[in-house]
Design a protein around this ligand. Sequence first.
Ligand SMILES: Nc1ncnc2c1ncn2[C@@H]1O[C@H](COP(=O)(O)OP(=O)(O)OP(=O)(O)O)[C@@H](O)[C@H]1O
Ligand SMILES: O=C(O)[C@@H](O)C(=O)CO
Length: 429
Amino acid sequence: MSLRIGVIADDFTGATDIAGFLVSAGLRTVQLNRPGSARDLPEDMAVDAVVISLKTRSIQRDSAVEESLRALRILQDLDAERILFKYCSTFDSTAEGNIGPVADALLEALEESATAMVPGLPVNDRTVYRGHLFVEGVPLHESGMRHHPVTPMTDSNLMRLTEAQGRGTARNVPCGVVNRGSRAVHEAFQEAASDGVRYLVPDTLDDNHLDVLGEAFQDLRLVTGGSGIGWGIARALTRREAAGARRAAADRWRFTSGRGVVLSGSASEMTNRQVDHYRSVAPARALEVPRVLDDAEAYRRELREWVLRTPPEDLAPLVYATVEPEQLKSLQRRHGADELSRAIEGFFADLASELREHGVTRFIVAGGETSGAVTQALDVSGFEVGPQIAPGVPWTRSVDGELDIALKSGNFGDVEFFRAAQVEVTTHA
Ligand SMILES: Nc1ncnc2c1ncn2[C@@H]1O[C@H](COP(=O)(O)OP(=O)(O)OP(=O)(O)O)[C@@H](O)[C@H]1O
Ligand SMILES: O=C(O)[C@@H](O)C(=O)CO
């Protein structure tokens, strides 16, 4: 097997996000949830891209570097022509973060001296102007990300953030140069590299810019950034085939025949709106936190029987822990934030695995941590990635062909996401 692109992703839903964009640009893509499971890939499986999903965003630097290098070796064994290190479109990495050290280690292992840093994802309103990252039109450090519990972002300047973490200097490529096209960007990259600059940070204001950057960077051994640049590079690689391949991905997608369920453990603003909407069109049960803590087994049985009572042809029933921020804070004060998170994630994981034993084959899960816990409990070593339901959220099928799974990052998708996931499978390219 030889791969056109190999991706190392620093978190779980981030991996699914980029995998969906690669498919939408026409690459047949598999996501591996356990890096070692590359050896389980069927010999005859036609794959253009492999995305290895790690959980290295907020762990110790040494471990993040070590795990990323291990993933690199697996991708090299699969003959990956180019490597993309995927991190968050909101960077999610403070001065102590791992993006710089991992990029440095990958550069060294690939014997390269410079790379591009492209977190922008304009379709989800994450843009870069003069090297500053904006989320929905406001600078990163003024967006909700300034309150992130693990990686509070207090700076929007990507050059400063990168230089604080890495071993080299960074330089912006302003949008005036990007507007001139891929040759101008390529020249800017060459000039920067010969000046000893290690990280090139181009402006990214719209999808045209992603196309230009994809074209300019498609021959670099290492590119870093979000799913947007993955899409840009994949489109550069498949320019002529893309439309046909996109249609083929959507045409091929058929749901498994079993029942479905929606499990929402995300407490984000968008998920709150999505849960509110879905409750008005489908059966839904809010998780009772005291019973999760004190009566989990009996409570799971009760919810399981309730889920299985819904006729399989109806919209899938929803079980949700999702609450508004004030209520979340008050629950966390009463029970302890970490304990509660662990208990709720564990509850969803066990519920998912029991539902699977009782014939549920289609899972829609909201929340990055919740998705990780559920996927692990379902023992899914990898996914074949299908068409996107919304930008950054594709349908996936477990490599054993038994389960359909959609994993939604907290803030992705629009208000009707949960219903849309079940009624239409169009590709957002
Ligand atoms: N009602 C609740 N009370 C306490 N904790 C909750 C509640 N609902 C959800 N949680 C916890 O909040 C955390 C939400 O994290 P998760 O990563 O799943 O969602 P998210 O942060 O919205 O998504 P993403 O990381 O993709 O943006 C989980 O650990 C979950 O168990
Ligand atoms: O890039 C993004 O915004 C997401 O894929 C992500 O990384 C979620 O954690």
